[in-house]
Design a protein around this ligand. Structure first.
Ligand code: HEC
Ligand code: HEC
Ligand code: HEC
Ligand code: HEC
Ligand code: HEC
Length: 182
């Protein structure tokens, strides 16, 4: 608890500190469109979920800000990272943290590689599932215990139709083809 409280204070201080800089030199706010995933670990920065969401107990939606109100969960812009990492250089992997500054200074979004993706003809609204009371972990596994994400957890059911339907049947959620297909 204390750790996460301290982190909140650090985040606020750091954000206030960077504001002046941001107004001088507008940074890119929009995350890059995510490319298709490829093995083994193609991520541009080795971002550890266990450190942020585990050790420091950051809320998932601090970064995935739109999960409860939109179709996409959302990927945080560089400015979210820089808010803390101006003051936190990283003890284990400072070279990974240094890359954040490079993207920020260049005004470029971090080109994260997308891992969870259903077929284009499928409609998956995050907000409906969050409103129904599901936790992120129900579908994505124990992300707060994972280091760098490479493959989806088995909890994700490979994004197959059978996985969606099984739960919709159990929960008596809609099953018309047009609910999920455009
Ligand atoms: C400090 C910001 C931050 C926090 C906190 C955070 N994430 Fe993330 N998350 C990211 C970033 C950046 C990515 C993109 C890089 C990657 O895939 O690791 C990501 C990726 C993901 C992905 C994969 C997206 C894809 O490519 O398909 C999932 C799922 C996810 N996060 C879930 C969670 C959950 C669940 C929590 C809470 C337990 C959480 N995240 C907390 C920043 C965060
Ligand atoms: C609320 C503050 C906060 C935010 C926001 C945040 N981080 Fe961190 N991050 C930390 C802390 C604290 C550590 C642990 C640093 C340590 O142990 O030296 C860390 C560690 C890391 C590390 C591992 C470095 C190391 O040496 O342990 C990387 C890489 C990283 N963060 C990338 C990111 C990226 C990319 C984002 C934006 C998507 C981000 N962080 C957002 C606080 C934050
Ligand atoms: C009912 C299952 C389910 C739940 C609950 C769920 N997700 Fe997802 N998530 C998915 C599916 C399915 C996709 C792929 C959607 C697509 O390709 O359109 C996905 C994709 C993502 C992505 C990829 C990019 C994006 O912006 O959508 C992130 C990040 C993510 N989820 C984070 C989260 C977080 C954080 C939570 C909790 C707040 C959460 N998810 C809850 C099933 C779920
Ligand atoms: C863990 C259980 C679970 C999984 C897995 C799941 N869903 Fe759902 N889904 C629900 C529930 C429950 C609702 C009903 C929410 C409500 O009543 O608002 C729902 C609602 C929906 C809706 C909105 C329906 C409407 O009335 O407009 C869509 C679309 C949807 N899901 C698509 C999907 C797709 C696509 C997948 C797989 C990629 C999926 N769901 C996986 C439980 C699940
Ligand atoms: C709850 C959500 C959901 C409902 C309802 C649903 N589908 Fe799907 N469907 C999916 C998902 C997710 C995929 C993508 C599977 C993949 O990418 O492997 C899919 C894929 C498909 C495909 C492509 C072939 C395949 O297996 O990938 C067809 C055809 C299809 N669905 C037909 C239907 C028909 C017909 C209905 C109504 C009887 C229906 N679907 C109802 C979620 C759903």
């Amino acid at each position: 608890m204390q750790k996460s409280w301290m982190l909140g204070a650090v985040a606020m201080l750091a954000t206030a500190g960077t504001l002046a800089f941001v107004t001088q030199e507008p940074a890119e706010e929009t995350p890059a469109p995510m490319a298709a995933a490829q093995a083994p670990n193609p991520q541009p920065i080795q971002f550890p979920h266990d450190v942020h969401a585990g050790t420091y107990q950051m809320e998932c939606q601090y970064c995935h800000f739109s999960a409860e109100r939109s179709v996409d969960a959302g990927i945080p812009p560089v400015s979210t990272c820089i808010g803390c990492h101006t003051m936190i250089p990283g003890e284990q992997q400072p070279q990974e943290v240094a890359k954040i500054r490079e993207y920020f200074d260049a005004g470029e979004p971090i080109p994260w590689v997308r891992i969870h993706k259903v077929a284009d003809h499928v409609h998956f609204p995050h907000m409906r599932h969050i409103a129904a009371g599901y936790q992120c972990q129900d579908c994505h596994g124990q992300i707060q215990e994972m280091g760098v994400l490479v493959d989806p957890d088995p909890a994700w059911g490979k994004g197959k139709m059978g996985w969606c339907i099984t739960c919709h049947v159990e929960q008596e959620a809609p099953r018309d083809c047009t609910v999920c297909h455009y």
